[in-house]
Design a protein around this ligand. Structure first.
Ligand code: SAM
Length: 234
């Protein structure tokens, strides 16, 4: 069974967007994953089809209504639907390669894209939504975050990447950032490719790559480095 993504959004025309190109686009054509983008506004019942209202307690902006979103969610994912229900949210658990890999081995995902100030908390609790963040910054809507998540998942689906190995050697897979990469020309603006990579000695090349991956991780991501070394949190 292929990976099935359903996205709920006020801007469903943003999908598949970039996911219709390159690897993801070819994979969708080949039936390795499918996408349904649903207009949340279709589930509004008021005369003006409102999906949002002012925040309880006052304050700036608007909040997406629980009743409208619940109707939309229940319509696309009934009680038998085993797919995780995700809410893109800057308050969520930061997305990492581990969660991406889990999602890629599952049946798909139902992804709710927030807008305005976000969604009514009661919906999150009542539908047990998993809040997922793509980083510590605020986007104007959940759609670009959903595209990022789907891109990361789709490339891991069986049959999507040409060279299956390339998924395993990448940043984060072994708890480290990836080593630097080089290709022709051998000399670029007086910078040669590191000699060891041209040596043909596979053991030496592997050792160099590991040392470089460790150096980069130590320098750039002390959090990953500590986890890799198994350090206990302070
Ligand atoms: N008021 C919210 C807050 O301060 O947490 C921000 C709302 S934001 C303007 C609108 C929507 O964009 C959110 O409901 C969420 O769906 C999406 N969004 C914004 N930043 C995000 C992030 N870093 N990761 C995932 N989704 C994000």
């Amino acid at each position: 069974m292929s990976f099935r993504a359903t996205v709920l959004s006020l801007y469903p025309e943003m999908f598949p967007g970039p996911l219709d190109l390159s690897l993801a686009g070819k994979a969708r054509e080949a039936g390795l994953w499918s996408l349904e983008a649903v207009q949340i506004r279709d589930f509004a019942t008021s005369k003006h089809r409102n999906v949002d209202d002012t925040p309880a307690g006052g304050g700036a902006g608007m909040v997406m209504r629980a009743d409208v979103l619940a109707r939309a969610l229940d319509h696309v994912a009934g009680p038998q639907d085993a797919r995780p229900k995700l809410l893109m949210s800057p308050r969520g658990r930061p997305l990492d390669q581990g969660r991406v890999r889990q999602l890629a081995t599952g049946p798909g995902a139902v992804i709710l894209c927030g807008r305005f100030e976000g969604v009514d908390q009661r919906l999150i609790e009542a539908r047990a939504l998993e809040e997922v963040s793509i980083g510590d910054y605020v986007l104007s809507g959940g759609e670009p975050a959903a595209l990022v998540l789907l891109d990361a998942v789709i490339r891991l689906l069986p049959g999507v990447m040409g060279n299956e190995q390339s998924g395993e050697e990448e940043s984060f897979e072994g708890g480290l950032l990836e080593h630097p990469q080089y290709t022709r020309p051998q000399l670029f603006e007086e910078r040669p490719i590191p000699e060891v990579l041209l040596s043909g000695n596979h053991a030496k090349i592997a050792a160099w790559r590991r040392a470089e991956a460790e150096r980069l991780t130590r320098e750039r991501r002390p959090d990953l480095w500590a986890a890799y070394r198994g350090d206990k949190p302070v």
